[in-house]
Design a protein. Structure first.
Length: 276
C-alpha cells in the first residue's frame, strides 16, 4: 500500500513541475514592409521601412538591422537607419521585427535591401585616396590614377560635412609627382567640438571613370604645423629649448618630439614631451 502512494505523489509533483515550468516561445512577428534605400549628400545612406502587417497587438515592435556580414547590429524602435558608408562596394542591410530588445529573441523573416556601387570599370577608379586635415585650417587629399585611366584625365573632387549646407567642389587640383592632390579650406571654430566625418568623392569631368568615395574621420587625420622655436640656450651645461605651439592647438592636445644632434660627441638623442 505504501509504494503506490509514493508513486502517485511523485507523479503529481512531476505533473505540476512540467505544467508550470515550460514557458511558451515568443511569437514570431511578420516581416517589415516597403524596405527602401536612398543616398543623401555623398555617402549618407538611409534605409526606411514600414511596420509589419498583422503584427500582434500585444507586441511593442522593435527592429533588428545589420549588414550582410551580421556586423553593426542594432535593435531600435525607429523605422529607419542612416549610416555614412563609402559607396565603393555593394552594401546590403537586413531588417527584421521583434517584440523586445533581446538579441536572443528570434526575429521575423529578414528583409534585405542593397545599394550597388556606381557604374563604370572598377579599374578606372582612383586608388590610394587619402585626406589629412592640416593644422585645422585646410584638408589635403591625394590619390593615384586608376589602372585603366587615360593620363590626360581631368579629375574633380567633391566634399561634404555636417557643417555645410550643400556639396562643394574642390577647386585647387594640382600634381605632386605621381600623385594628384586637391586642398580645400576646413576650419575649426575655437572651443567648438567639430568631430564629424568628411565625405569625399573623386571622379572625372567626362564621366568615363568610376567615382571613388572615402569617409574621413576628421579628428583622427590631423597634422599640426611644426612648432616655432622661440629660444635656444645653454644653462649650467644643460640645453634649454622653448617653443611656441602651432596655431589652433592647445599644449595639452599635442605631444612633442625633440631631436638633439651633438656634432662634437657625435650623438643623436630623441626626447618625447607631453603636457597634461
Amino acid at each position: 500500500m505504501e509504494r503506490p502512494a509514493r508513486l502517485y505523489g511523485l507523479w503529481a509533483l512531476l505533473f505540476c513541475a512540467g505544467g508550470g515550468g515550460l514557458a511558451a516561445p515568443a511569437e514570431t512577428q511578420p516581416p517589415v514592409t516597403n524596405l527602401s534605400v536612398s543616398v543623401e549628400n555623398l555617402c549618407t545612406v538611409t534605409w526606411t521601412w514600414n511596420p509589419p502587417e498583422g503584427a500582434s497587438p500585444n507586441c511593442s515592435l522593435w527592429y533588428l538591422s545589420h549588414f550582410g556580414n551580421k556586423q553593426d547590429k542594432k535593435i531600435t524602435p525607429e523605422t529607419h537607419r542612416s549610416e555614412e558608408v563609402p559607396l565603393n562596394e555593394r552594401i546590403c542591410l537586413q531588417v527584421g521585427s521583434q517584440c523586445s530588445t533581446n538579441e536572443s529573441e528570434k526575429p521575423s523573416i529578414l528583409v534585405e535591401k542593397c545599394i550597388s556601387p556606381p557604374e563604370g570599370d572598377p579599374e578606372s577608379a582612383v586608388t590610394e585616396l587619402q585626406c589629412v586635415w592640416h593644422n585645422l585650417r585646410y584638408m589635403k587629399c591625394t590619390w593615384l590614377p586608376g589602372r585603366n585611366t587615360s593620363p590626360d584625365t581631368n579629375y574633380t573632387l567633391y566634399y561634404w560635412h555636417s557643417s555645410l549646407g550643400q556639396i562643394l567642389q574642390c577647386e585647387n587640383i594640382y600634381r605632386e609627382d605621381q600623385h594628384i592632390a586637391c586642398s580645400f579650406a576646413l576650419t575649426k571654430v575655437k572651443d567648438s567640438n567639430f568631430d564629424s566625418s568628411v565625405q569625399i568623392m573623386v571622379k572625372d569631368n567626362a564621366g568615363k571613370i568610376r567615382p571613388a568615395f572615402s569617409i574621413v574621420p576628421s579628428s583622427s587625420h590631423v597634422k599640426p604645423d611644426p612648432p616655432h622655436i622661440k629660444s635656444l640656450s645653454f644653462q649650467n651645461g644643460d640645453l634649454y629649448v622653448q617653443w611656441k605651439n602651432p596655431q589652433n592647438f592647445y599644449s595639452r592636445c599635442l605631444s612633442y618630439q625633440v631631436e638633439v644632434n651633438n656634432t662634437q660627441a657625435k650623438t643623436h638623442d630623441i626626447f618625447y614631451v607631453s603636457f597634461s
